[in-house]
Design a protein around this ligand. Structure first.
Ligand code: NG6
Ligand code: CA
Length: 497
């Protein structure tokens, strides 16, 4: 190896196993991502660490499963920083290895120490945990404040129009979706019916910061241009870019040039927009002459969902499209659809080309695997669930993990807010087997089954990938053995060697 490769993680938001044509989608076409898959290795056994955003990203960036820490649920837009300064992280490790590090896109890991004042320096945030540069949204597309932060400041903020945010009660005088549904581009459920920004009602209330608010239709182009600026400025040194795109998370409001492109309504159009973005970004890497020196990992933070609060026709227009592919359920679920996600890795001349890998890998492994790649040692007490999966990640070995812990948390409604503050549900995949730990009666959220039952469930994923035949009663010994193994992994406080 001449020099350390650039590393880019392109992390989609709620993209399902079945949402790409390289993974079997026939209604949606994703030619640019398919080309990336052809140029590298496509994984069929890759897992996001959790079935929702915040815990998956927490685990990916720290190497610790989120369920080991408290507070690792879907965060409101004004939550304090979850990963604390001093904590070991992927960007910090790469920085120690001489990398320039940046994040562009969705953050959703909290900011500040308590009540953030959006009109001042905002810290701690990405810059305090290992990123040299950040251009990011605080939380999600559907949560206030709908502004972008560059490093520690809200970008384009007019000091004469200060921002205020509240998640409990209305601030300012701007209309809400609940009061004025006639002002909306599309209808929304009560949780998504607070302050209207750009014709879309959000979760939470905000006022001020008018000049700083993003336009949903232009946001992806804006993030792409910041990602391009970042790699262009750092093309002569190794860099790490965490490019956290929003597609196809709600609200889905793609740029007009993609409207109608999928025939499936806004959700499909958002996936086409994502595919285009990947293509444009790859083309830029080629123009900069760094494509051959760049390792790209493309994946998703959790499984898919059709209806997630907005009336955008995702359900009605899905047709035969199966966003989770052959897997059961999707986002929020402990079934495979919750965390089994597409993952593509490419690095010309290094990652095996045109390969489909069956190796079992979890995003929590990025830390240890990339540390091995760049020659960094991990502190003994850090990245406690991260396995060195460098060889399988490079498509050079099918020997992945022997087991993976899957995770979700139940959604709970209190008053008008919905949060994943309920019980934590864990499952263990080991070889062909999957044990879902017994917890509570069946639940569902927005049409996705969560997968809970009071008793343990056991599935054979080789014979029954759709998790239809619960074998727990037929095979009590294996069920008990796997349940004990899961208990021990939890108790030990560490699962990596
Ligand atoms: C939920 C939101 C959902 C989405 C999700 C986070 C409600 C009813 N639903 O609480 O719309 O924002 O949080 O998604 O409030 S994630 O991909 O960031 O985990
Ligand atoms: Ca997500």
């Amino acid at each position: 190896m001449k020099r350390k490769p650039n590393i880019i993680v392109i992390y989609a938001d709620d993209l399902g196993y079945g949402d790409l044509s390289s993974y079997g989608a026939t209604t949606i076409r994703t030619p640019n991502i398919d080309r990336l898959a052809e140029s590298g290795t496509r994984f069929v056994n890759a897992h996001a660490p959790s079935a929702t955003c915040t815990p998956s990203r927490y685990a990916m960036l720290t190497g610790d499963y989120a369920w080991r820490a408290s507070g690792t649920q879907i965060l409101p837009g004004d939550a304090p920083a979850l990963i604390r300064p001093g904590q070991f992280t992927l960007p910090l490790m790469l920085k120690n290895a001489g990398y320039a590090t940046g994040v562009v896109g969705k953050w959703h890991l909290g900011l500040g120490d308590g009540k953030v004042d959006w009109n001042r320096e905002i810290a701690p945030g990405p810059l305090e945990i290992g990123f040299d540069y950040g251009f990011f949204m605080p939380a999600t597309l559907d949560r206030v404040p709908t502004v972008l932060i560059e490093n520690r400041r809200v970008a384009n903020l007019d000091p004469a129009d200060p921002i205020r945010v509240d998640y409990r009660s209305k601030v300012g005088s701007e209309p809400t979706g609940a009061e004025h549904p006639e002002l909306l581009k599309f209808g929304a459920d009560p949780e998504h019916s607070n302050t209207i920004v750009n014709g879309i009602s959000r979760i939470g209330y905000m006022t001020g910061g008018k000049a700083a608010r993003w336009s949903d239709e232009g946001l992806t182009d804006q993030l792409l241009s910041k990602a391009i600026d970042f790699v262009t400025a750092r093309k002569d040194q190794p860099f790490f870019l965490y490019f956290a795109v929003n597609e196809p998370h709600v609200p889905r409001a793609p740029h007009p040039r993609f409207v109608g492109s999928s025939g499936m309504g806004p959700r499909g159009d958002a996936i086409v927009q994502f595919d285009w973005t990947v293509g444009a970004f790859m083309q830029k890497l080629g123009q900069l002459g760094i494509a051959d020196d760049t390792l790209i990992i493309l994946s998703s933070d959790n499984g898919p969902i059709l209806f997630d609060g907005y009336d955008d026709q995702a359900v009605e227009r899905a047709g035969n499209h199966k966003p989770s592919g052959p897997y059961r359920s999707g986002k929020y679920s402990i079934y495979e659809g919750g965390t089994r996600v597409p993952m593509i890795v490419s690095w010309p001349g290094h990652v095996r080309e045109r390969h489909v890998s069956t190796a079992l890998i979890d995003h929590v492994d990025f830390v240890a695997s990339l540390a091995a790649l760049v020659g960094q040692k991990l502190p003994r007490d850090a990245a406690v669930d991260s396995f060195d999966m460098l060889a399988p990640l490079m498509g050079q070995s099918e020997r992945g993990r022997e087991f993976v812990v899957e995770d979700t948390k139940l959604m709970v409604t209190t008053g008008t807010t919905v949060a994943s503050s309920g019980a934590r549900i864990l499952a263990l995949r080991s070889g062909d087997w999957k044990l879902i730990r017994g917890s509570v009666e069946p639940h569902e959220f927005h049409g996705n089954e969560i997968g809970t039952l009071p008793h343990h469930q056991l599935y054979n994923l080789a014979r029954d990938p759709g998790e239809r035949e619960n074998l727990a009663q037929k095979m009590p010994d294996l069920t008990a053995r796997l349940a004990a193994m899961l208990d021990k992994l939890e108790r030990d406080g560490r699962s990596a060697p």
